[in-house]
Ligand binder design. Structure first.
Ligand code: F6P
Length: 347
């Protein structure tokens, strides 16, 4: 069997570990051949491929990024249509002409949404969930998340010492889109003064009270804010109104807004640090390498079993199969009781 592999959407640490596990398991256990599609859905849309065999995946386990490249190309968008064919039809036709019998799509909500549509159209697809945001409802964890949390936690640890030297409040803005998982975990692990997440709109007065309380105890406050967090009075924090191919706005800027407001209201110096793409770069943690490797092994087994339209997922410590549609049905958000655990340590 000839199996195509692609990585779509925002990259994250662990993608190379999945690719390696897919190719090594497929070649060794099933004698499969592989073809790599470049830059997410752009690859099958434009028949842009690269060689993918055991030699090509040697040494990539600890490497961040993806050897296949990634993009947010959306075959479902009107712009993907060409020559009288829709984007989905172009993908299907290219898979056929390249002799690709099955496809493994590694991605988040958007990439898997396209995979689901292709599966409905009869294409033999298996999904692998990935995102640093950890917001896919069908799996307990996605790889990339643990690495992002550890990077953010280390940043918070470092900011603590400099904040204390200068008696400043430091505001750390982390990624996560509309989910507060990265902020919640990094903030808890880093001993944040207060953690602000999109699921729980904040009251600026209350945030300032926490900050002042921390100063009174002669500690400098670290405020961890998710990029999607917003005050009760405003519905979202958006850097610009530009939309990507999947219709997402670019989030960000809430850290700076908070710093200005905290400084104005408390009279204490406040600065913002935006971690941005640092959270997506570099080598994956051991947890992410292991999870990614297990996802890869189980994805190729799903292909061998003909379990198309399915995605691998982590449930407890087991890797299971779930319909791809389940992963994209709704976002997995931070439940109030998890936020309440973090609130114990605020102030
Ligand atoms: O979904 C992963 C993610 O890193 C989000 O946390 C963030 O909002 C977004 O991607 C940033 O996307 P881009 O790299 O396209 O700016």
């Amino acid at each position: 069997m000839r199996v195509g592999v692609l990585t779509g959407g925002g990259d994250c640490p662990g993608l190379n570990a999945v690719i390696r596990a897919i190719v090594r398991t497929g070649a060794l256990d099933h004698d499969f051949e592989f073809v790599g599609f470049r830059d997410g859905w752009r690859g099958p849309l434009e028949a842009d491929i690269q060689a993918l065999d055991v030699n090509a995946v040697r040494g990539i386990l600890p490497r961040g990024g993806t050897i296949l490249g990634s993009s947010r190309t959306n075959p479902l968008a009107d712009s993907a249509a060409a020559g009288g064919r829709s984007g989905l039809e172009r993908v299907g036709a290219n898979l056929e002409s390249l002799g690709v019998d099955a496809l493994i799509a590694i991605g988040g909500e958007d990439t898997l949404g396209v995979a689901g549509r292709l599966a409905d159209a009869g294409v033999r697809v298996v999904g692998v969930p990935k995102t640093i945001d950890n917001d896919l409802s069908a799996t307990d964890y996605t790889f990339g998340f643990d690495t992002a949390v550890n990077i953010a936690m280390e940043a918070i640890d470092r900011l603590h010492t400099t904040a204390e030297s200068h008696h400043r409040a430091l505001i750390v803005e982390v990624m996560g889109r509309h989910a507060g998982w990265i902020a919640l975990h990094a903030g808890l692990a880093g001993g944040a003064n207060v953690i602000l997440i999109p699921e729980h709109p904040f009251d600026i007065e209350e945030v300032c009270n926490y900050v002042e309380q921390r100063f009174k105890e002669h500690y400098a406050p670290i405020v961890v804010v998710a990029e999607g967090a917003h005050p009760k009075t405003i519905s979202s924090s958006v850097v610009d109104q530009q939309l990507d191919a999947f219709g997402h706005v670019r989030l960000g800027g809430v850290g700076q807004l908070l710093a200005e407001e905290i400084e104005r209201r408390t009279g204490k110096e406040a600065r913002a640090a935006v971690l941005g793409h640092i959270q997506r770069g570099g080598t994956p943690t051991a947890f992410d390498r292991v999870l990614a490797t297990r996802f890869g092994i189980h994805a190729i087994r799903a292909v061998a079993d003909g379990a198309f339209g399915q995605m691998v997922a982590l449930r407890g410590t087991d890797i299971v199969r779930v319909p791809i549609a389940e992963a994209t049905r709704e976002l997995k958000l931070v439940p109030p009781e998890r936020y309440a655990e973090a609130e114990i340590f605020f102030g």
